[in-house]
Design a binder for this molecule. Structure first.
Ligand code: SF4
Length: 312
């Protein structure tokens, strides 16, 4: 296990942080909702060249395979509520729809009053899943980087048998999701990378009309993704092309770092370090969520700024 820097100082800071949350609650001030991203598993059908879903190998078991451990972790995540009006648990991956027990996890999360979101590449999204879970999901996020097969091929968005996602079908499925749950919020995630920075996705976004289009500059977070970095000019080109889209939120690298609360498949918080590696907390199921949270570099101010648009 890596070192966590000055853990005792951070613990004191976190203690202060929790006390501050309780104080805000008492004084009636609005406390921003919290979003916790649980990256259930590393596998994915695709092999995006910039993919960040790579974690330090450990002997710890993957939590998602064990229903008891999964329930325990969800229970711990719910403890982060600390007077907030809501904590949202976002199931991510790898590809979260590869988890055959995802529906049960959604139920457990709701048992603990957590709002639920899913961030998927959409390849395995089916009507049956939406019929079973659509009403329980607060936000459904689909990652789409390109509509062009050649670009998707270059990005790595194809299966080993050369299949790509049918985005016309995704558009239909997102309307089905809205029919099933008119309150569901739809988010599209796009990572601007060396193979799509000059593409125009305006028509797609206009057709889907998501509540939020999150446009992320490829983050050189891991050795693999570092090779996929793009220049300021390339990011700006994409940004300018889509500046007229009101639901678009553009995230450059700096505002992404430490503004996400992320849990890896082994039940550890992880965060970006300056050297292009992840840092990890101790396992949440071993030390408890508050102690593990104290070991992160989570930046509450950056987090709140990201959500200042009101669309969670
Ligand atoms: S779709 Fe997402 S999880 Fe899958 S390889 Fe691409 S970036 Fe990684």
């Amino acid at each position: 296990m890596q070192t966590h820097g000055d853990v005792s100082a951070k613990s004191t800071n976190r203690q202060f942080y929790f006390e501050e949350i309780i104080m805000l609650k008492k004084t009636g001030n609005r406390i921003p909702d919290l979003v916790v991203n649980w990256h259930l598993l590393e596998p994915c059908q695709f092999k995006c060249k910039y993919c960040y879903a790579e974690w330090e190998k450990t002997r710890l078991p993957e939590i998602y395979k064990d229903p008891h451990a999964s329930s325990h972790l969800i229970e711990q995540i719910a403890l982060l509520e600390h007077g907030r009006s809501a904590v949202r648990l976002s199931f991510a991956g790898g590809e979260p729809l590869l988890d055959k027990k995802l529906s049960a996890k959604i139920d457990r999360a709701r048992d603990h009053q957590l709002a639920v979101s899913i961030i998927s590449n959409g390849h395995l999204l089916k009507q049956d899943f939406l019929r079973e879970n659509g009403k329980k999901i607060a936000m459904l996020g689909i990652s789409i980087d390109s509509l062009e097969p050649v670009r998707n091929e270059k990005i790595g968005r194809r299966t080993l048998t050369d299949k790509q996602t049918d985005y016309q079908n995704i558009i239909k499925l997102l309307s089905v999701a809205r029919e099933i749950n008119p309150d569901i919020r739809i988010k599209i995630n796009t990572v601007v990378n060396p193979f799509n920075f000059d593409e125009d996705l305006s028509e797609l976004i206009d057709r889907i009309k998501p509540d939020k289009w999150k446009v992320l500059r490829v983050l050189p977070a891991t050795a693999k993704s570092m090779i996929q970095a793009i220049s300021d000019e390339q990011f700006m080109l994409f940004r300018k092309k889509h500046a007229h889209i009101s639901c678009a939120i553009f995230e450059d690298n700096e505002c992404m770092k430490n503004s996400y609360l992320m849990i890896d498949p082994y039940g550890r918080f992880f965060f970006n370090k300056e050297n292009g590696e992840y840092g990890y907390s101790d396992p949440i199921l071993t030390v408890g969520i508050e102690e593990a949270f104290a070991q992160t570099s989570f930046d509450e101010v950056k987090f709140s700024n990201r959500y200042s648009d009101g669309v969670k």
